[in-house]
Design a protein around this ligand. Structure first.
Ligand code: ZN
Length: 430
């Protein structure tokens, strides 16, 4: 597979670093140009045939990388005589590319196990695959709407006023594009990939979101470059590559993240516990990922539907997002084993393997995110949570929020007891 990097960006917001002397992708982070970080990751993934689309001050890129040999890759350059947006250059690329290809925007720093994304793209027989992930500012980002199979069903622009709760799912700037898509571009003109192409094609073709916890950040501002420099120094990029085992902090939901109010059946009842946003932000900035594991027997009891639980979880993600925090995933068990109640939903009144303290949901997360349980933690407010963590071979922290361990269901001792989630996260992340 070949890779195409769109490196024509001017970097207006980075003027103090470019001084109008270099194009944006040549801005250095810890002494190395953004573009070189990208080429290194492509090379590590075995992608050595690279096309770079250059524009503004593009000759500086050519001067630095030449034919790519010194960097262990082969580089072909395509020059835009005028800025063509994020996809106008497809008109030129189609002469070079007859197969599906990786597309990168030139202002991102990332470390991704691309083989996994390529496998996903092939398995779905996808027309275009977008790398999507949660970020710390979904409220002012374009949101990607997907169905349960990760098929993209809509794009919600940041300029729209959102009156609904949504999954924190944002486009990261890494794509796999099918050759069929670019062959359709028959006119040289300015094109925006999302607005002019993808948002139309989702009605005709199967376009998918590849959801991942890996590190991909847009470094289009000085502040973001500073943040990414620190992350590079702490080796967070490499450690979050899904080729490597991940450390995870598993969190219970009710009583741990949101205030315990019995069985929640209404999104409006989601209200964050104290210090939650700060605690989750701290996890987000660390090498840990975070996954929520929750029992929601309301469904089995007939108090609400699966869709209601999904909406309640979206509400939680939206509220966290408004405060600059996110969880990678929420897994829930809708079942309950005790039969015989009048309103019960029989389909879910079963003895399942996903209800905590069983660990089937954790095992699902382990597979999806390549998690190393020995170096992971479970934080919760009940003895059920602690027993779950113990059953999965993790370290555990009981919180004094929510039920504060007074449920008395299991005779189990946690590694630590903390007053709230922030205190717990501070023990894990020093
Ligand atoms: Zn279950």
């Amino acid at each position: 597979m070949r890779a195409v990097i769109m490196a024509g960006g001017k970097g207006t917001r980075l003027k103090e670093m470019t001084r109008n002397e270099i194009p944006k992708p040549m801005v250095k982070i810890l002494g190395k140009p953004i573009l070189e970080y990208q080429i290194d990751v492509l090379k590590e993934n075995g992608l050595k045939d690279i096309i770079i689309v250059i524009g503004y001050l593009g000759y500086k890129i050519k001067q630095y990388f030449k034919d790519g040999k010194d960097f262990g890759v082969n580089i072909t350059y395509i020059e835009e005589n005028e800025p063509l947006g994020t996809a106008g250059a497809f008109y030129y690329i189609k002469d070079y590319i007859k197969e599906d290809f990786i597309l990168l925007f030139g202002d991102i720093i990332f470390d991704v196990y691309l083989k996994k994304m390529i496998d996903f793209h092939n398995m779905k027989n996808s027309y275009a695959t977008l790398f999507v992930h949660p970020n710390s500012h979904p409220y002012d980002s374009d949101i990607i709407l997907m169905d349960v199979d990760n098929k993209i069903i809509g794009f919600d622009s940041k300029n729209n006023i959102r009156t609904y709760s949504y999954d924190n799912c944002v486009n990261a700037g890494i794509y796999i594009i099918s050759s069929n898509l670019i062959q359709k571009i028959d006119e040289l003109k300015k094109l925006d990939l999302e607005k002019d192409i993808l948002s139309k094609e989702i009605n005709e073709e199967n376009i998918f979101g590849y959801y991942s916890s890996e590190y991909v950040k847009d470094v289009g501002t000085v502040e973001r470059i500073k943040k990414t420099s620190k992350d590079l120094q702490k080796n967070i990029l490499k450690s979050k590559n899904l080729k490597n085992k991940q450390k995870c902090i598993f969190l219970d939901r009710d009583g741990t993240i949101n205030i315990h109010k019995g069985l929640i059946v209404n999104p409006d009842d989601i209200e964050l516990e104290k210090n939650v946003a700060e605690a989750v932000q701290k996890i987000n900035s660390s090498e840990y990922i975070t996954v929520v594991i929750t029992n929601q027997p309301q469904v089995a009891r007939g108090l609400c539907s699966i869709e209601d639980v999904e909406n309640i979880n979206k509400r939680l993600k939206t509220i966290l997002g408004e405060k600059g925090a996110y969880v990678e995933d929420i897994y829930y068990c809708p079942h309950h084993p005790d039969k015989g109640y009048p309103e019960e939903n029989k389909k879910y009144k079963i003895k399942c393997k996903c209800r905590k303290p069983s660990i089937e949901l954790i095992e699902k997360a382990v597979l999806k995110y390549n998690i190393d349980l020995e170096n992971s933690w479970f934080i919760g407010d009940t003895t059920i949570d602690i027993q779950t963590g113990v059953n999965a071979g993790m370290k555990t922290i009981l919180l004094n929020t929510g039920e504060a361990g007074k449920d008395g269901k299991y005779d189990v001792v946690s590694d630590y007891i903390c007053n709230d989630i922030l205190e717990a996260v501070n023990i894990i992340i020093k």
